[in-house]
Structures are given as C-alpha cells and as structure tokens.
Design a protein around this ligand. Structure first.
Ligand code: ATP
Ligand code: MG
Length: 458
C-alpha cells in the first residue's frame, strides 16, 4: 500500500515515463495498428490463450516496429499464463530456459516466444551500492527472474517505454503504462524508471539504447543518455558471449555506421574493442575511415538483401590494431612474419575476452588477414592458385577496403581487379610483366658505384 502511494509521488529521479499523460488503454480508433499487420501465428497464440481464460498480448519490438511501419524481426507474446500453462495450451510448444523460463510455440519455421508477466524489482535496489553488493544483486536478480507479476508490473520491468507496449489483437487496444506511444510519436528512446539504476541492473541496456536510436533514427532522451558515458565501463562485467551477440545486433542490423558513431560518442566502443580504440587514438583518420567504410559496405549489402559475414566485419574492426602489436613483438626481436602471426593470434585471444567470437568466425577472419601479404606474391602459378582459394573474394574485398582507407599497396587492388576479368592470354602477360618488373628492380638494386649526391637533400 505504502509502495503504491509512493509510486504516485514523483521522485526527483523518476522520469516522466512514470507520469502517464495518455490513458493506459488506447482504443483501436486512436492508433494505427491493425490486426491484419500481425503475424497470423502470433494472432493465433494470443487468441488461444485468451480463449483459455488468460490475458495475452503481442508485445515489445513487434508492436513498436509496426507502429513505425517497419517489418518486425519476430513476434513476442506476453501472458498471464505460466510457462507450464502455455505448454499445456499448445501441443506445438516447448519450454526453454532454466532461470528465465519461456515457452516457444512452433509454426513451421516461425517461432512465437511466449513469456509470462513478471514483476521487476528495481525498487529493491540501491543505485549507489558498491560493486560487491551489486554482484549480490546480480544473483538476486537471476534468482528472482521467475517472479511472476501483473501486466502493469511486466511493463515496468521492461527496458524502454517504446518496448513496453501491449497489443490486444482481439480487442484492438494498446495497453500503454509508460507513455510509450507518445515516445514513439516523438521519436525518443527513454528508459523506464531511474536510468542509473536500470543501467546498473543490466549494463547491456546502454547498448540497447544506442541500437534502437540508430535503428529507428530516434533521439536518446537526455536523462536516458546522461549517465551512459560515466557507466560505460560496467560493460566489462558482462559475459563476453552476450556482448558478442549484442555487437552482432549493433553492427549487422543494417545501421552499422550510424551505430558505430553513437558507440564512439557515448564511449561504449572502448569496452567492446579496447585495442581498436587505441588504434583510433593513434591513427584516427585511417582507422575511422577503414571501419566506417566496412560498415557502410555492410549496411549497403544488408539493404540489398545480400549476405554478410561477421568474420569480414571483425577482420576490419581489428585490422588497425595489428601493426602496434606486431611492432611490439618485433621490438622483442621476433622477425616480421612470425611477429605478425603471433600478433594476430594474441589480438584475437584478447578480443575474445571482451566479445567471444566463435571459432567459425575467427578461422575465416584469420584467413582473410593471412591472405593479405599473399596477394602481393603473384609470380608463376601463384596468382591462379590464389584465385581458386575459397577465401579469395573476401581477401580481395578486404584489400580494396584497406586501399580505400588510404593504405599504399602500389596498385595491387587494381591489378587483381583486372586479373580476374582477364582472359588466359592476358593473365599470362600480366604475370610475365610482374617478373620483368622484378628483374628490372633487381638490376636496379645491383651494386654500383654511387655518385656522391649533390644539393641540399642530404
Ligand atoms: P528487436 O527484436 O527488433 O531487436 P526487441 O525490442 O524485440 O527488438 P528483444 O531483444 O527481442 O528486443 O526483446 C524483446 C523485449 O524484451 C523488448 O522489447 C523489451 O521489452 C524486453 N527486453 C529485452 N531485453 C531487455 C533488457 N535487457 N531489460 C529489460 N527489458 C528487456
Ligand atoms: Mg524481438
């Protein structure tokens, strides 16, 4: 009761998200969402749960995206039914997760994720608590993740107001407890509750704020934006596997370049890619140019529906950090080639402590890197052999990327562009010319008496 009363009194920390200005239940006549826009399977799940006597809604990203005329990635349903009750309602369902139990309902290739309303517990937290205590809270959170709650409690425990909208596909109403519809109209990403506290509960929300701002072209509301830079280092406590997944969503979501700029602006890039961040400090023009170009190409491919691989993107993100590590090893007396190999190995191992890149991506990434010096050696049969290498195309694209960022390669990219299109005769001549060039260079390097240089350039 006291808590209820307290909730009505705006605290100095509470955001306007608590002060609802529109009615909580928005009738169909006052919003643009149509039942026909929702996946038929999601509609079926909501209807069947409601027929069985439970509350059920389409929720989260799908409602947000449809209100913005975007195509939802997938559909989530929130319900008052427990996972076991959902399981009992749908033969085509399975329970997943241990600490955080959910039901998946299968329709061919489409999976509708059904989550039971849960209560948040933000009020139990003291935002100023120290690290050890927050670790305790961390385990507290995990233990309490399956505390079920009401619809309104479920709305409050979600991250952003725009993600806390519930669409009743049967009645056509939207339940909005946090002014999410208004924030969608005003293009704002706003955390529900006290931002510092919500970021401390789950620092990944900082990355999510950036992701939604970039994806939707929304502004991050000032109170939601303000603590991010200060709290960015909290990301170091997040398991590297989860951060890898988040980085994929951030940079391979179709707005990679814009997202990257926001990550830099909010100091969130350094905890994800510390070595690359140092490279940005050292050689800003080259490093930024290389990464932005890689992301621009990726965004372009995604917009054309062409496939993209995380291996290529990570190869680009980490490439500018290689020379520094190589130099350090060379200074320890290791020759150049093994130094490069070892630097690549160490850099990837270090990066995996921050974002756990699976082997299926680190292996092709290494191949792309290792092929860069090999693309220079084209004599004899080598050029044709390289052309047949399964990773040739990626390695060639990577070479062009390096050149676009200003690396000097003596026209190597152009040579390979021409070679790929050439007929066998022209190819033979191109390789021949290389040998001639080599011979000429060797001759010019042959020992000869040097004339003493004249002029000022001594
Ligand atoms: P998209 O799927 O388009 O990336 P989404 O909003 O559906 O966006 P999901 O990661 O699929 O994002 O999460 C589904 C919903 O779960 C979100 O809309 C939000 O309500 C809630 N949610 C997800 N992650 C968090 C989090 N870290 N803290 C609080 N709520 C979250
Ligand atoms: Mg989703």
């Amino acid at each position: 009761m006291i808590r209820k009363l307290l909730k009505r009194i705006p605290s100095p920390f509470s955001r306007p998200a608590h002060r609802r200005t529109t009615p909580a239940i928005i009738p169909a006549s006052q919003h643009s969402l149509k039942r026909s826009q929702i996946s038929r399977n999601a509609v079926t799940v909501v209807e069947r749960l409601q027929q069985a006597g439970y509350q059920a809604f389409a929720v989260g990203g799908c409602v947000r995206d449809l209100l913005l005329d975007l195509d939802p990635k997938d559909y989530d349903v929130a319900t008052s039914a427990t996972p076991e009750q959902v399981r009992a309602t749908f033969r085509n369902s399975r329970l997943i997760g241990r600490r955080f139990k959910l039901a998946h309902v299968f329709f061919g290739r489409e999976i509708i994720e059904v989550a039971t309303f849960r209560a948040g517990h933000a009020d139990d937290r003291d935002a100023s608590q120290g690290r050890e205590q927050s670790l305790q809270s961390e385990s507290g959170r995990l233990l309490r993740d399956n505390v079920y709650g009401s619809l309104e409690e479920d709305a409050q425990r979600r991250d952003f107001t725009i993600n806390a909208l519930y669409y009743d596909v049967c009645k056509g109403t939207i339940h909005d407890y946090v002014n999410g519809v208004q924030d969608i109209r005003n293009a704002r990403v706003r955390l529900i509750g006290n931002p510092v506290q919500r970021y401390q509960e789950d620092p990944v929300r900082m990355l999510r704020a950036i992701r939604f701002a970039a994806k939707l072209d929304f502004e991050i509301e000032p109170h939601t934006a303000a603590p991010i830079t200060e709290l960015a280092d909290l990301l170091h406590d997040i398991p590297a596997a989860r951060l890898f997944d988040e980085v994929l969503k951030l940079l391979l979501g179709g707005q990679g370049e814009r997202t990257f700029d926001l990550l830099l602006e909010y100091d969130l890039f350094a905890p994800l890619f510390p070595d690359t961040d140092e490279a940005i400090d050292e050689r800003p023009d080259y490093t930024l140019q290389l990464i932005r170009q890689a992301l621009r190409n990726t965004d372009q491919r995604i917009s054309e529906g062409r496939p993209v691989t995380p291996a290529f993107l990570f190869a680009a993100l980490l490439w500018p950090a290689l020379p520094q590590r190589t130099r350090e090893l060379e200074q320890q007396g290791i020759p150049q080639i093994p130094a490069q190999q070892q630097a690549a190995h160490e850099l990837l191992a270090e990066q995996c402590r921050h974002t756990a890149i699976p082997k299926r991506f680190t292996l092709p990434l290494r191949e792309i890197w290792d092929m860069q010096p090999r693309l220079e050696r084209r004599n004899g049969r080598r050029a044709d052999q390289l052309l047949e290498h399964p990773r040739f195309r990626a390695a060639y694209d990577f070479l062009l990327l390096r050149e676009a960022a200003g690396e000097q390669t003596d026209g190597l990219g152009d040579w390979w562009t021409q070679y790929q299109d050439a007929n066998p005769e022209l190819r033979r001549r191109m390789v021949q010319q290389l040998s001639n060039g080599d011979a000429a260079r060797k001759r010019s390097r042959a020992p000869r008496k040097r004339k003493p240089r004249s002029g000022a350039a001594q």
